[in-house]
Design a protein around this ligand. Structure first.
Ligand code: 3UK
Length: 521
């Protein structure tokens, strides 16, 4: 086996490169070291690699070819990781799906991503079963856990007779390896393909250069593996340096669950969105009931981390939070604070491997200190959105990627987030489109019109708030607000629901009839 690949630029990556190298580089000296810890399984690098090879062979046995797509419909667990690396090793594209999706949302991504095989965890079978009949591209179903339908293969049985060695597909470094979905203001989420080289470069440019991850680290993440923030931070980057990852399927939005996992598995690095840190700080006896002393650094991304929250965490837990901005379009963080050199409230400074530009509406650079649109140039960007050429041309501007974020840079070179250029909200680090929440509310008989805006909660984190004008014959009351909330929860992913509903006689509008959202905000 050749030496581990280290690369900061595409040109440093061998022409034929397969992402499985990030796992297999550990088979020299670290083969018997633990690679993954989880509540039900602990695997060494050798064991992970053997199981991934069985997956590669099982995929080949059912005729999966380079360029096909396999969907992983599962909460985080050891099998997620072995299925992921087994898939990319075969040259097949791995599509990790959001575990919070409604049945229709799941149907859309499985169909749009053209999954031929779905590897579904038993915990998500109920959702999957509602739409499996509406997926013309889907040919095979493998179930992690107990299979209940005829024709479905239980994962353990599916791989049981497969050899535990396999040749990697001869993938080009620019071949597609992973597919993730990200939401926009209107319409369905957009597929984003990344090639084998992208996570490799990000591992060096942010994981090693900025975060300083080392082989002695152990990572744990609130951000899940279906989200590239979690995939990079909690799987790719630790294994890139031979460090360990903790994977758990339990609901990470329960702060006590996460704290219990930290206490039990003793990670050194924690990843999450700001809301997770705020939720942990609200837990009584945070530092007396849970041993958090193994943490050496925490990472926040997904939305801006308010300075006050940074200080509260530092004061209570005694560990710095590194805030950095990344995106699904650009594999992982491209602008970041650095351990020991943090400006709380900012997204940090420019990092090696990326150029940044802040432009005005005509595309000219703004004066230093002025707010403008942030663009980023680097080699870990995707090339386009799947099945959306029009939106792709707006976002992927040659070497530059338009982030949709407003930023200004201060005199010390720190970048400060100043909102979005679209109306999109980041709620708990996940996209919520106000337009989608509005059209869901409008579908309720009681609603005449409404407007949804982002409003800061007690921790200054943005949550959706709905202003609603009721139809004649309906009364504004707490019961009505509760009914509308329940309506949203059953029609959409629950995290998109408005956290507050305020009833108005009319919405503020311009002379031309446009809702004045800024007044509501
Ligand atoms: C916003 C931030 C302020 C920003 C992501 C780290 O969030 C990730 O990816 P998404 O595609 O969303 C990207 C958008 O989210 N955002 C993310 N981080 C920050 N805003 N401060 C931040 N620290 O609007 C950005 O355009 O869901 C984050 C790594 C990988 C990721 N995919």
């Amino acid at each position: 086996m050749s030496a581990p690949v280290r690369a900061k630029r595409t040109a440093d990556v061998p022409l034929h490169y397969n992402l499985v190298e990030i796992l297999e580089r550990n088979l020299h000296e670290a083969a018997d070291r633990l690679a993954v810890l989880s509540p039900d399984r602990e695997l060494t690098f050798a064991e992970v690699s053997a199981e991934a090879n069985q997956v590669t062979n099982a995929l080949r046995s059912i005729g999966m070819k380079a360029g096909d797509t396999v969907a992983i419909v599962s909460p985080d667990c050891a099998e997620w990781a072995t299925c992921f690396f087994g898939t990319v090793k075969a040259g097949v594209v791995a599509l990790g799906t959001n575990t919070l999706l409604t049945p229709e949302g799941l149907r859309y991504v499985l169909h749009d991503g053209r999954a031929r095989l779905a590897i579904v965890h038993e915990a998500l079978l109920e959702t999957f079963d509602q739409v499996r009949g509406e997926l013309p591209f889907l040919e095979h179903v493998v179930v992690i856990g107990n299979a209940t339908q005829e024709g479905d293969r239980p994962f353990s049985e599916w791989i049981a007779d497969e050899p535990n060695t396999a040749e990697a597909a001869l993938t080009h470094r620019d071949d597609f390896a992973i597919l993730n979905y990200s939401s926009g203001t209107t319409g369905q989420p957009k597929g984003i393909l990344h090639s084998h080289k992208d996570p490799l470069l990000a591992a060096e440019l942010w994981g090693v250069n900025v975060l300083g991850i080392e082989s002695t680290d152990r990572t744990l993440s609130v951000a899940r593996l279906f989200f590239t923030f979690g995939l990079g931070g909690n799987l790719i980057f630790p294994w890139y340096v031979g460090a360990q990852t903790v994977l758990f399927p339990e609901n990470p939005r329960e702060a006590k669950t996460v704290l219990g996992m930290i206490d039990r598995f003793r990670p050194t690095i924690l990843y999450g969105a700001p809301t997770g840190y705020a939720a942990a700080l609200a837990v009584e006896g945070l530092t007396t009931n849970y041993d958090l002393s193994t943490l050496r650094v925490c990472v926040s991304a997904g939305e801006a981390l308010p300075a006050a929250l940074w200080h509260r965490w530092q004061g209570t837990v005694g560990v710095e939070i590194i805030d950095g901005i990344g995106s699904t379009e650009n594999f992982h963080i491209f602008l970041s604070n650095r351990p020991g050199r943090i400006r709380p409230g900012s997204s940090g400074r420019k990092m090696e491997g990326y150029e940044l530009a802040i432009l005005d509406e005509s595309g000219d650079p703004v004066e230093q200190g002025q707010v403008g649109n942030l663009l980023v140039k680097g080699e870990t960007a995707a090339l386009s959105y799947l099945h959306d050429s029009a939106k792709s041309r707006e976002t992927f501007q040659g070497e530059w990627l338009s982030t949709g974020d407003k930023y200004y840079m201060d005199d010390n070179g720190y970048y400060w987030h100043a909102g979005r250029s679209d109306d999109m909200l980041k709620v708990g680090g996940i996209w919520v489109s106000p337009v989608e929440v509005e059209s869901t509310l409008i579908a309720h008989d009681a609603v005449l019109e409404c407007a949804v805006v982002g409003v800061g909660d007690r921790a200054a984190l943005i949550k959706p708030k709905a202003y609603v004008v009721l139809n004649p014959g309906y009364d504004a009351s707490d019961e009505m607000a509760e009914e509308l909330t329940q309506h949203c929860v059953s029609a959409m992913e629950a995290y998109k629901r408005p956290r507050w509903i305020e009833f108005l006689q009319e919405l503020p509008k311009t002379a031309t009839g446009k809702i004045q959202r800024f007044k509501l905000r």
